[in-house]
Design a protein around this ligand. Structure first.
Ligand code: NZQ
Ligand code: ZN
Length: 390
């Protein structure tokens, strides 16, 4: 295991009706003037936004609102949020929604305290300080409720970049699994796929002797394999939703990723799909991850055999390629079972886009022509991986 530091100070409130404590939590973390940030309307329709605002009113906290965050959140609204937050002199950002809303909130929280262009943080500059962010989560997926990360789509070119800093880890996150019951099945499935991808990105490591985190990851993957189909079949299965919601946090606050190198090539390859085609990030990962595994397995067959055997229940016959391919086949079957796509065409892509996708994935804003993770990928490798999605 490698040396590591791990700082994960988020205060979690989990379970039914916990959103009614939003005001109390904002107060606890010093918020007196709050910008409530939300998405395209699901939290208005469900009544959640009203409940959160009432909770802030009851706690005597001033608030102003900015809605309209789109999935794969755009840079334009971040600039708007920074302007509004400064004008209103807010000292706390409260995200009510999914990963997109939380990521946009984190960008605003850092941008308000920064004199330059907030995009600097998404092209390599480290975030040193940010206003505190709280979240009321409505979808189990990105893990942004516990993570130090934020991913934004730059509208000037429609490409995605991420940033990471402990300064933007949420101060608190409220996780009520019942809030996820209004999700369309496709979004639920995309969330499950993303959670599994966050675990796999950490499983694909070049570090040795990482038994504890290997076993944590395997356990969480197995729980997703068990619980995923349950919520697809019965969207009101609160217990399954609760298990998935906590797994989503565990998968990405990095408790499973410490002390080991991590991959993230699949995320970097996928991000250009959701940026260009505006598909759900999880749906893009359903297409990307099996293709990526098929392309890179030879880098460490023993690790991929371990994944196939322990997670996908494949018998190890001693033929590595056969064992690994059967694991990938079962992974694809699972993704199909929960309703995820398999090909580029299913999210609106085609072979003609591959050169462009590989170019934006590998070049510009913090990239040097290659992707680095479990394996180093050249632009040609990335094109080959996109070709496996046809
Ligand atoms: O905008 P509204 O109307 O709220 O609708 C949303 C949106 O259309 C809807 N939704 C959310 N909760 C709902 C609901 N609809 C009904 N009932 C509910 N309870 O679902 C749609 C998707 O929401 P979004 O926030 O985009 O989903 P997700 O949480 O999957 O976030 C995806 C974004 O997170 C980034 C992705 O790249 C993508 O931009 N990621 C962020 C990470 C991080 N910060 O740590 C890591 C991830 O790997 C990922 O890259
Ligand atoms: Zn993800």
């Amino acid at each position: 295991m490698e040396n590591f530091s791990f700082y994960s100070p988020t205060y979690f409130l989990f379970g039914k009706d916990q959103e009614t404590k939003a005001g109390e939590m904002v107060k606890r973390f010093g918020g007196t003037r709050v910008l409530i940030h939300y998405g395209g309307g699901s939290v208005v329709r469900s009544g959640l936004l009203d409940r959160v605002m009432k909770s802030l009113d009851d706690a005597g906290i001033y608030h102003t609102e900015l809605g309209g965050v789109k999935p794969n959140p755009r840079s334009g609204l971040v600039y708007e949020g920074i302007d509004l937050g400064r004008k209103e002199k807010v000292n706390f950002i409260l995200a009510v929604g999914g990963g997109s809303v939380i990521d946009s909130s984190k960008a605003i929280a850092a941008g308000i305290l920064y004199d330059g262009d907030f995009w600097d943080f998404y092209s390599g500059k480290h975030i040193e300080k940010a206003l505190p962010v709280g979240t009321v989560l409505t979808i189990a997926a990105a893990g942004s409720e516990g993570s130090p990360d934020s991913v934004i789509t730059n509208e000037n070119g429609m490409f995605k970049r991420g940033t990471g800093s402990d300064a933007i880890r949420p101060a608190f996150s409220i996780l009520n699994p019942a809030l996820t019951q209004t999700l369309p099945p496709y979004q639920t499935a995309a969330g499950i796929t993303d959670i599994m991808a966050h675990l796999l990105e950490r499983y694909l490591t070049n570090s040795k002797d990482v038994v504890t985190t290997d076993r944590l990851i395997e356990g969480l993957l197995l729980s997703m394999i068990e619980e995923g189909p349950k919520v697809i079949d019965d969207p009101d299965d609160y217990e399954a939703r609760a298990n998935i919601m906590w797994a989503g946090m565990m998968a990405h606050n990095n408790s499973c990723g410490v002390g080991r190198s991590q991959d993230w090539n699949s995320h970097n390859i996928e991000h250009e799909l959701s940026a260009l085609y505006d598909c759900a990030h999880g749906a893009g990962l359903a297409i990307t991850f099996p293709a990526y595994l098929t392309y890179v397995w030879k880098h460490d067959p023993a690790r991929l055999v371990q994944l196939s055997v322990r997670v996908w229940g494949v018998e190890d016959t001693g033929d590595d390629e056969k064992t690994i391919m059967e694991g990938i086949r079962r992974y694809r079957e699972y993704l199909k079972r929960i309703g995820m796509p398999r090909t580029l065409a299913e999210v609106g892509g085609s072979e003609a886009d591959i050169d462009k996708l590989a170019d934006v994935a590998c070049n510009g804003d913090g990239r040097d022509g290659n992707l680095y993770g479990f394996v180093k990928l050249t632009e040609e490798d990335v094109k080959n991986i996109y070709r496996l999605m046809l």
